[in-house]
Write a protein that binds this ligand. Structure first.
Ligand SMILES: NC(=O)C1=CN([C@@H]2O[C@H](COP(=O)(O)OP(=O)(O)OC[C@H]3O[C@@H](n4cnc5c(N)ncnc54)[C@H](O)[C@@H]3O)[C@@H](O)[C@H]2O)C=CC1
Ligand SMILES: O=C(O)C(=O)CO
Length: 315
């Protein structure tokens, strides 16, 4: 019997039924993964579905497969023994994240935040400096699963799209897809830069003062990947001077943003507290991935499991 711990509420009822059918009702335990540290259930678990806290991994000596609930998993890698299969939730967040990118972008270009401030004050006043997106070029840095969903929306808005990814290959939605060694040329075209890179040793600090200086004058930046990709001090300075026209940030460095941090009061900056992937569809979408990967795992086709994490590249 393969014993599995599933994060409570993470998969839809239909998939819980599938898990119980495949593993046996007694083998499936729905738990709060934040509270399994040191328990007998974790000591017996061969499969864990959901983001197990790093410090609890050592309490799971029988673990054979950890299906993370997040797409970004880089900081878990050193904690997961080599023999344990580690899979991420890439693909689960695409639609919610793409909506969120446009939420931030439209917030900046249509000045929605300021309108909300005036609404609270009961003041009826228009805005100046609104921008239209049609005809602008969006550069998607991290042209992966979420990136393509963003590109589909961008095209519907009449924007041009260029992408950047580790292994560039042509894509019907993008005019060009660049590799990291072509970063400068990519940035020079990005009037709207959308950053959706995983936070890894290879992406940390890539957008520093020099790189941000290559963007077109008054470019807009949206970061929904990881805060560590952008040098916060450089971003704050360029927003303050107006060299960067605005920033929509679902992720920051540091995170959470401490009280009094410069970003809170930087002009033309819209911040959401790392909830871009949140949506009512999560249990369905995650459940679909879990059912597929469980099937592969139980039938010994581990190479067909989706989203096996590359320990060298960190995603
Ligand atoms: N704000 C939030 O709530 C969420 C944030 N995320 C973040 O978004 C990231 C991307 O998610 P997905 O699109 O689902 O992943 P994905 O694996 O489909 O796409 C990642 C893209 O980044 C590129 N990339 C990775 N390392 C690179 C490097 N060193 N140089 C150049 N390109 C590189 C890859 O080539 C790929 O195109 C996640 O790793 C996570 O950090 C994901 C979901 C929710
Ligand atoms: O999946 C991710 O990487 C996220 O940041 C969502 O929590």
């Amino acid at each position: 019997m393969v014993r599995a711990l599933i994060k409570r509420g993470s998969v839809c009822d239909g998939v819980i039924g599938v898990l119980k059918d495949r593993l046996g009702a007694d083998a499936v335990c729905m738990v709060d993964l934040g509270e399994v540290h040191g328990t007998a259930a974790l000591a017996e678990a061969e499969v864990v579905i959901g983001t197990l806290p790093k410090e609890a991994i050592g309490d799971a000596p029988k673990l054979r497969w950890l299906q993370m609930g997040s797409a970004g998993v880089n900081s878990w890698i050193p904690h997961v023994p080599e023999g344990v299969i580690l899979t991420s939730a890439v693909g689960v967040y695409d639609e919610a994240m793409a909506d969120h990118v446009f939420g931030l972008l439209l917030g900046l270009t249509r000045r929605i935040g300021e309108a909300q401030d005036r609404q609270r004050e009961g003041r009826w006043r228009g805005a100046e400096g609104c921008l239209e997106l049609a005809g602008m070029t969006m550069g998607i840095m991290g042209y992966g699963s979420i990136g393509r969903s963003v590109a589909r929306r961008a095209r519907a808005f009449g924007m041009r799209v260029v992408g950047l990814r580790r292994r560039p290959e042509p894509d019907a939605l993008a005019e060009a897809v660049y590799g990291m060694e072509e970063l400068d040329a990519f940035l020079a075209r990005s009037e709207v830069l959308v950053v959706i890179l995983p936070g890894t040793d290879h992406t940390r600090g890539k957008l520093d003062e020099r790189a941000l200086g290559l963007l077109p004058e008054s470019a807009l930046i949206v970061n929904v990947g990881r805060g560590s990709t952008i040098r916060t001090d450089a971003l704050v300075a360029m927003l303050a001077s107006g060299r960067v026209g605005g920033a929509g940030l679902d992720v920051t460095d540091p995170e959470p943003l401490p009280e009094g941090h410069a970003l809170w009061t930087t002009p033309n900056t819209l911040i959401t507290a790392h909830y871009g992937g949140q949506s009512q569809s999560y249990p369905e979408r995650f459940g679909e991935l879990v059912a597929h990967n469980l099937d592969c795992f139980l039938s010994g086709r581990v190479e067909a499991m989706r989203n096996r994490v590359d320990r060298v590249w960190g995603y």
